[in-house]
Design a protein around this ligand. Structure first.
Ligand code: OAK
Length: 816
């Protein structure tokens, strides 16, 4: 985008008069209406455009500054982005929230009501997608030139409804009413090939695809906070050629046949796959991955050529971060472009490729490590298969020269898995093609190097590093929890902490200050009232704002152990029926989605709802224990729940959660964690202090040991009367008939050691309840959690990537 100049452009101002003029003008020219006859949707759309215009101006200056500086750019490739709602963010980042509120009020409209029309683009499953959004926010805030590339799914992650206690998935047509934050760029379409054959032309191999789909980009603006930089996230949508529609078929009444080709092409970006950490080997998914990679690399090369002509500097100007393995096809695709299209020799191309890519791994679960059947790969991407084979050959030659005669090692390090069928190992491809590989928390990075990627860590130890995740304090404190943000700013004397989160340390001195504590508690209580109002409207359940708000909110997965939390709830219910003082008044909030095909955890959702129904209807525990399952967890819901939480459940089996970022968001908002020594919990506990964290459970080494040994969950159940009673309650059908399958998994293999950790978990919960009984003690713990969370800012994460992987310098954008 060029810097606008000349008198034709009207000034973009921030005064109330300018804002009102633009709003009314947008209403008139964009929506064709006036304030008198505008619908709320009209006002929302015009307001969004008015705010967006303020960012467009910054974006234009950002592009100009980048063009002039010709810097090293960070390209973030991710199949998922969970950006969250944009309106409030952009109002704040442009400093126009108050102006907008006043202007709307003057026009007789409430900003809060209008803001509810803002739709969150849920283009991701969970942690990995939200991390991508937090990193983009921090990149722009740090003035680092960056573009996020992704797929513009027509349907985002399914909307979750609960019907008769069970999860029902509904399509999320997020842009149905129009999406004012997007800039579609139809004229920048890019052709992507599939299938076909490889031909030799003048001694060079060249792919002749059989099918072509168009990738149409649209971008959304990613503003930095407290800076002029506006980066972009560029999302690709699949389009068929305009002559793909078969008029003859249509005229003959064969309407389904007429659109067949259009559908086949456009299906590529139709839906986000809702499989989270499970293998999903379908052709369409591989097509999606190649579609993303092909469009994005074409765009990256185009950008490079805007400012450079010499390939030898490509890796000095470009770093491509692979967000897990979904975009790992970028490695052979860049090789194909360099060797086949730009005719570089193989070794030069390989050196450029390796210097360009870096790879972040987000899991340890073996079932989440992607592999693709060679047969499918060969059919869809015949030239890429040749390139993968060639990369593998050079790679295995290196292995052989370093570790001669070690056939087992060669087999383990090969990009190709041979048994039970030949498959391409995408994590291997990403490691081999990258100069840096990182895990997302210290424990995770260590376990990656010791287990999952141990052979590679032995081969290239210098490539492996850790970059602990972080979250955006702008979104998860300033936007989500304005009351707490205001109190913090008041006490710290300004908003500097928003971009320098370590400043929160200044709150530690106030942890024991009774007046500060009182105000801290008022904020929490007000946030709980907001949550209670929402919960009541959504579910009919009434929450007590004075009860301990105990939250287990995240994707559903057996390793995250929602079931352990539920066993605790069942035991509490039993105890409270016998003794009303057995626990503190408590509200347990569950929220999260289960992959539609993940039957075992969908059953756990049903069981939670069954338990909630029984507990909430029992007068014997009224006012003591309330259980709610809040449907459709997403970024927007998180922004409501996180500020209200007192107790943060981070209870995954040690060694399974790569990092977790909900743990950080909750602690930042003053929730105290009850957690295992897993993922980033360990670093969180180190920072907030062992006294301000309820630790329990086996550690990762011990968990592995237990799993290897003779673990007998049945014996644990038999020797613990409270546990036996909880299991019996599930078995007797009071929460709904037929939860035998859930019991069988627990009493059979109990893969995630739920029963092994049950007693320690209950003890930790009792300790939490004892602390809650003393409000001064609890509030001090809560304040200390916030005070020591500075490390978990995404700004620190980005600074780590910048210094240790990207080596990208900031490019400040001058103000107008
Ligand atoms: C999704 C698909 C494949 C592999 C990993 C994921 C994923 O979402 N992983 C999650 O990434 C988060 C961000 O790094 C971590 O905090 C979570 O622990 C991890 O499960």
């Amino acid at each position: 985008m060029e810097q606008p100049n000349g008198p034709a452009l009207r000034a973009i101002g921030t005064t109330a008069a300018e804002f009102e003029r633009d709003l009314v003008s947008n209403l008139y020219f964009e929506r064709g209406t006036t304030m008198e006859s505008a619908s709320a949707q009209d006002v929302y759309q015009s307001l969004a455009v008015t705010v967006r215009d303020r960012l467009v101006d910054r974006r234009a200056r950002t592009a100009t500054a980048h063009q002039a500086a010709n810097p090293r750019c960070v390209y973030y490739l991710s199949a998922e982005y969970m950006l969250g709602r944009q309106l409030r963010q952009n109002l704040q980042y442009t400093g126009t929230e108050e102006v907008a509120r006043d202007v709307l009020k003057g026009l007789g409209v409430s900003l809060d009501e209008i803001a509810d029309f803002d739709v969150e683009p849920s283009l991701g499953n969970g942690g990995l997608g939200r991390l991508a959004a937090c990193l983009l926010d921090a990149l722009a805030t740090a003035d680092i030139p960056a573009v996020g590339y992704g797929i513009r799914y027509d349907l985002g992650l399914f909307r979750q409804a609960i019907v008769d206690g069970a999860q029902v998935e509904r399509p999320d047509d997020w842009a149905f009413d129009g999406s004012p934050w997007e800039f579609p760029q139809q004229d920048d379409r890019q052709a992507v090939g599939f299938y076909g054959r490889v031909e030799v032309e003048a001694g060079r191999r060249r792919w002749i695809p059989e099918e072509t789909v168009l990738g149409e980009p649209s971008h959304m603006l990613v503003p930095g906070y407290g800076t002029q930089t506006v980066n972009i996230v560029r999302l690709w949508r699949a389009r068929a050629d305009s002559d793909a529609f078969n008029l003859a078929d249509f005229a003959a009444g064969r309407s389904a046949e007429a659109v067949q080709e259009v559908l086949r092409s456009e299906n590529i970006s139709k839906v986000l796959y809702p499989a989270d950490s499970t293998e999903f080997g379908r052709e369409l998914r591989l097509k999606q991955q190649y579609f993303l990679v092909s469009c994005s690399l074409w765009d990256i090369v185009r950008r490079f050529h805007l400012r450079n002509s010499d390939w030898t500097v490509f890796a000095d100007k470009t770093v491509i971060q692979l967000n897990d393995t979904h975009p790992a096809l970028a490695v052979p695709e860049l090789m194909r472009l360099l060797v086949d299209e730009y005719e570089l020799d193989w070794d030069t191309a390989w050196s450029i490729t390796r210097r360009t890519f870096a790879y972040t791994c987000h899991t340890l679960l073996p079932e989440a490590l992607e592999t693709w059947p060679v047969a499918l790969f060969e059919r869809l991407l015949p030239r890429h298969l040749e390139i993968v084979y060639a990369i593998n050959q050079t790679h295995l030659d290196e292995v052989e020269s370093r570790f001669p005669g070690d056939g087992d090692l060669r087999r383990r390090l090969s990009l190709i898995q041979e048994e039970p069928e030949r498959r391409i190992r995408m994590a291997h491809l990403a490691v081999v093609g990258s100069h840096a590989v990182n895990g997302v928390a210290e424990l995770h990075s260590r376990l990656l190097a010791e287990t999952t990627l141990a052979d590679f860590a032995r081969l290239w130890p210098e490539r492996f590093r850790n970059v602990t995740n972080g979250v955006s304090p702008r979104r998860f404190l300033r936007l989500a929890n304005p009351r707490l943000a205001a109190l913090i700013s008041e006490r710290l004397g300004g908003e500097g902490w928003l971009t320098d989160l370590d400043q929160l340390r200044g709150l530690a001195a106030l942890a024991g200050d009774s007046e500060f504590q009182r105000r801290w508690r008022v904020v929490k209580r007000d946030n709980k009232l907001d949550l209670a109002a929402y919960v009541r409207a959504a579910t009919g359940v009434v929450l007590d704002p004075d009860a301990l708000c105990d939250v287990h909110v995240k994707r559903f997965h057996e390793y995250k152990r929602q079931l352990l939390k539920l066993l605790h709830v069942i035991t509490l219910h039993d105890r409270l029926r016998a003794d009303p003082g057995a626990d503190v008044p408590r509200t347990v909030v569950f929220a999260g989605k289960a992959a539609p095909s993940y039957h075992a955890v969908k059953r756990i959702i049903q069981l939670i709802n069954g338990v909630a129904k029984v507990v909430n209807a029992d007068p014997a525990v009224a006012g003591r224990l309330t259980v709610v399952f809040l449907p459709d967890y997403n970024v927007t819901r998180a922004e409501l729940i996180v500020p209200a939480a007192d107790l943060s459940e981070q209870i995954s089996l040690a060694g399974k959660e790569a990092s977790g970022t909900g743990n950080m968001k909750l602690a930042l908002n003053g929730a105290v964690t009850v957690g295992t020594l897993d993922g980033a919990n360990i670093e969180l506990r180190d920072r907030v202090g062992a006294d301000n964290f309820f630790l329990f459970g086996v550690d990762a080494a011990c968990a592995a040991e237990v799993r290897r040994g003779d673990y007998r969950p049945g014996e644990i159940a038999g020797s613990d009367p409270e546990l036996a009673a909880a299991l019996a309650a599930i078995a007797d059908g009071r929460y709904g008939a037929g939860f035998g399958d859930v019991l069988d998994t627990l009493l059979g293999r109990d893969e995630y050691l739920t029963l092994a950790d049950y007693r320690a978990y209950l003890d930790a919960q009792d300790a939490a309840a004892a602390a809650w009984r003393d409000p001064a003690r609890w509030t001090a713990m809560s304040i200390r959690n916030t005070a020591h969370c500075g490390f978990f800012s995404a700004d620190r994460t980005v600074a780590d990537y910048r210094d240790r992987i990207w080596h990208a310098d900031p490019v400040p954008v001058p103000p107008r």
